[in-house]
Design a protein around this ligand. Structure first.
Ligand SMILES: [Zn+2]
Length: 118
């Protein structure tokens, strides 16, 4: 089992990660308040130059995929934070087994053990 101190440390780590992800998202996306943890990439203002538009659209597409992966991370982090609150952190969601502490050290947002994550 994870002791309280470790749990508190993990919680702080997760909160920090969460803040930095939200900060990153806010650089290019706006927060959609009607859906929890959902961000929308701002669509570029298209100008009259065809060449410039092509660059902007491809930037937009790149940002969109970054947005989705950051959102994914955000969801995982929130889930882990909820588990800390519930007292179920460190327990695999799928098999109910204990998640290896080393794995939690490396991926504090992990909610599945190594076996189930495959
Ligand atoms: Zn498992």
């Amino acid at each position: 089992m994870i002791n309280k101190e470790k749990l508190e440390e993990t919680k702080n780590k997760l909160e920090e990660k969460k803040e930095s992800i939200i900060g990153e998202l806010k650089n290019f996306a706006w927060e959609n308040k009607s859906i929890k943890d959902n961000f929308e990439t701002k669509f570029p203002q298209l100008g009259s130059h065809q060449d410039e538009n092509a660059i902007e659209v491809s930037d937009y597409e790149n940002q969109l995929s970054v947005e989705h992966s950051l959102e994914d991370d955000l969801k995982k982090i929130n889930k882990a934070l909820e588990k800390i609150k519930d007292g179920t952190y460190g327990v695999c969601e799928k098999c109910g087994g204990e998640i290896n502490p080393e794995r939690l050290e490396a991926f504090p947002e992990a909610v599945e053990c190594m076996k189930c994550n495959k």
